[in-house]
Design a protein around this ligand. Sequence first.
Ligand SMILES: *Cc1c(COP(=O)(O)O)cnc(C)c1O
Length: 386
Amino acid sequence: MKPRPYLQIPGPTNIPETVLSELSKPPINHRGKEFEDIVEKCLNDLKEVFKTRNDVLLFPSSGSGVLESAVVNLFSPDDKVITSCIGVFSERMNTICEKFGLKTIKIKKVWGEAITPDDIEKILLEDVDKEIKGVFIPHNETTTGVTCDIDGISKVIKKLFHPALLIVDAISSLGCLPLETDMWDIDVVISASQKGLMLPPGLGVVSLNDKAWAMYEISTLSKWYWDYKMVKEKLLSFQMPYTPPTNLLFGLKESLSLLLEEELENVWNRHRLMASSVRAAIKALGLELLANEDISSDTVTAVLLPESISYSRLSSVLKEQYNITIGGGLSNLQGKIFRIGHMGSIHHLDICAIISGLEMALYELGHEFELGAGVREVQKTFLKIY
Ligand SMILES: *Cc1c(COP(=O)(O)O)cnc(C)c1O
């Protein structure tokens, strides 16, 4: 018999049993009262998870689709926007903006670094005529395991009385990392189902405030499938303009209940503790983290591969012997790092198991360290022994 699977890629993530059973129910009429009640509950609970009173819209889509939706709904060709390149996903956001004819001011950094409030302040200060229309920031760059200071960036925009919209990619942070849409005054927040929301891929979510709706009104890019107003109007009666992924909504209702039952602050703390135990374990095994600890993500940890061990060997030993799936490096980090996702449906003892499996795999591949040193750090973190 195989051990239970540990899906420790940074999304899709492990799905709780109760969510799985909701997903497997027979589909129902998406134009009937029973389904409308589910959509209504999901929208209300989503607002609590987004920490917002703004509109929240749903799309049958991957996360990237919803990133594109923000561009076509809120901007026009030749609009100036700030984008970044600190990993694959921030780079993708930049590509989407350019494909639609936006003029991007791209902040390029070494992968493993964060976009800081200072970076944004510097560019906005030079924009004396206030021509910049949008600031796109990845909350959590999943490629490198780096988290950006969204609150700080928002404060800089407000301090300068700059009118640019703040658009946050929260695909690998919503429901895991502290994210205060209204308190931090974020205009647009984008996320998707397969990471912190503990669902299969296929559902995208976006929240937007009145300032973003005002940009919608003047946007000239073409849109139909992604049209925010069309979707908002249909959602007023808890329907969608096209066939929604009914079963994903069954699952979403359950996963949102799980998050709200645990209480968001507890969910955030759980992620913070799990991540610090993983980082402590990695260091105890004599391995090096890609990112500095002050910006390192609490949902995914990127680890430099020791020179003698290839990603393909490490990942196949983990998969074949322990049924643990880890992530590799993307783009220019391919073959240089491995990534452990620790977001969503995952708890202290899972981290013990994953680190234990990692130790056994590293041992088998000839890496020198003291067996048990990583697991001990995980235990000490949870027992608060320092
Ligand atoms: C996963 C991810 C995406 C891409 O989402 P898809 O659902 O694969 O389109 C974009 N941005 C971030 C930060 C992500 O983690």
